[in-house]
Design a protein around this ligand. Structure first.
Ligand SMILES: [Zn+2]
Length: 115
């Protein structure tokens, strides 16, 4: 239910932005979701549809930009990018699994479109 809490925040934020700018409706919300953020993009739109019923953001389209996972190798310092979740993560240079996550763990609202 991680996604539900997050989408509640997104909804509150979108409605607030719409009201601040004197808009009548939120049409589109662009989110950047890190591969390692623990948020499953497939649930995001459906949760939002339920939560936004009767609000200014009802019917808004959720656009998701995926943010790839980036790892820094503790052995050789090389950076390895994983665009999607994987069963295991290893350095593309030396094969080490001693990696530090440096990107793709965040979640952010990129843009809110209103009319
Ligand atoms: Zn390495």
């Amino acid at each position: 239910m991680h996604e539900l809490g997050i989408m509640t925040n997104v909804l509150d934020r979108a409605v607030a932005v719409c009201q601040e700018h004197g808009g009548t409706k939120v049409t589109k919300i662009t989110l950047k979701i890190g591969v390692m953020s623990g948020i499953l993009p497939n649930y995001v739109q459906s949760f939002f549809d339920v939560l936004s019923k009767g609000t200014l953001a009802e019917g808004a389209q959720i656009v998701i930009e995926s943010d790839p996972a980036v790892f820094m190798c503790r052995q050789c310092g090389a950076e390895t990018v994983y665009p999607e979740l994987a069963a295991e993560y290893v350095c593309s240079q030396c094969g080490s699994s001693a990696l530090r996550l440096t990107g793709g763990y965040r979640f952010q609202i990129v843009n809110i479109s209103i009319v």
